[in-house]
Design a protein around this ligand. Structure first.
Ligand code: AHM
Ligand code: MG
Length: 339
């Protein structure tokens, strides 16, 4: 008789990993668990999104007489509620909120952690049933007690203690790191648990996928234009032409490239000299993950993780994925420096 395979849930895995840190008191574990629970609630709503047209669209009442919230607002509220009531987080910064959200509750006044989050990334895909994601980053606080401060949030990516993302795709996955490798969990809807499905994830050194919004081609820096042309050339030895794959949800594009190998690029353009994507809650968490998986994340001339943020919502150009491909893009930028 075949023995049933042992399933490791996210909750079990977090507790097992806590033993690697002998002085850990379990706060980070609880924080990660809270994020996992909020992600399941968001997943449930994302799965129902197509029904919104039947139940009543945003801004109107549904048949139960409740207001139907836009999914990104719903996700933001869920994560904020989970982090506020969990008691481990002293301040939250979210893409959806202009200012930081200091947590003023009694249970949080000695909380150690800071969470930066993009609750639902891929806004253009939310209403059209295409993969979207949540991205988060966790830091240790700098301030001493009480609600957290802006300074707690403006730390370089190298200071992250954990980071992760959830991709709401053909199945839902949560991938995270605490600086000791990267592990991926797939949500099994029949038991309502994230189960370890991708242990010790490693990004291939190189790949044959490039992901960039080529519609912006004429506005790209010279080095990026030249790199795109390089990707399209015919060359058997390097398996070119490469495949172009661009979903328009960074998490989904990143996740595919993490598994298959590839490079994702969102460069500066003439219109957006700092690129589009946000450093603190989009680029830094994915940069931490990719490095932990053996890949690389660059802003063109240096490491994403070494940028010191001065603004909560600041943007950065990003080149992220397989180490050899990222380095090659950097070479092109050096070789063709024009804007
Ligand atoms: P958002 O935070 O409004 O969702 O924007 C971020 C998204 C990323 O997920 C994606 O990579 C990028 O914007 C796509 O932008 P574009 O449509 O300019 O290619
Ligand atoms: Mg976003």
């Amino acid at each position: 008789m075949n023995r049933p395979r042992k399933v490791t849930t996210l909750g079990q895995f977090i507790i097992e990993r806590q033993r690697d840190f002998p002085f850990a008191k379990g706060e980070l574990s609880r924080l990660l668990r809270d994020i996992g629970i909020a992600a399941k609630i968001v997943n449930r709503e994302v799965n129902k999104a197509g029904l919104v047209d039947i139940l009543g669209s945003t801004g109107r009442e549904n048949i139960q007489g409740e207001d139907v919230k836009k999914l990104d607002i719903f996700a933001n509220e869920q994560f904020i509620a989970a982090l506020t009531s969990g008691g481990e987080c002293c301040v939250i910064a979210s893409e959806e909120n202009e200012e930081i959200i200091p947590i003023e509750t009694e249970i949080s006044k000695n909380a150690k952690y800071v969470v930066m989050i993009d609750p639902l990334d891929g806004s253009s895909n939310i209403d059209v049933n295409v993969s979207i994601g949540t991205i988060f980053s966790i830091y240790r606080r700098k301030s001493l007690g009480g609600p957290g401060t802006l300074e707690d949030c403006l730390q370089a990516g190298t200071e992250q203690v954990a980071a992760g993302y959830v991709v709401y795709g053909s199945s839902t996955m949560l991938v995270y790191t605490t600086g000791r490798g990267v592990n991926g969990f797939t949500l099994d809807p029949s038991i309502g648990e994230f189960c370890l499905s991708h242990p010790e994830m490693r990004v291939p050194e190189t790949g044959v996928i490039y992901s960039i919004n080529e519609g912006n081609y004429i506005k790209f820096p010279e080095g990026i234009k030249k790199y795109i042309k390089y990707c399209q050339e015919d060359d058997k030895a390097t398996s070119r032409p490469y495949s172009s794959r661009y979903i328009g949800s960074m998490v989904a594009d990143f996740h595919r490239n993490l598994i298959k190998g590839g490079v994702f690029i969102y460069p500066q353009t003439q219109k957006s000299p700092n690129g589009k994507l946000r450093l603190c809650y989009e680029c830094n968490p994915l940069a931490f993950i990719v490095e932990q998986a053996g890949g690389k994340a660059s802003h063109g001339t240096g490491r994403i993780l070494e940028i010191t943020p001065t603004d909560l919502h600041q943007r950065t150009p990003i080149i992220i994925g397989s180490v050899k491909m990222v380095e090659q893009v950097e070479d092109f930028l050096r070789q063709y420096p024009g804007n």
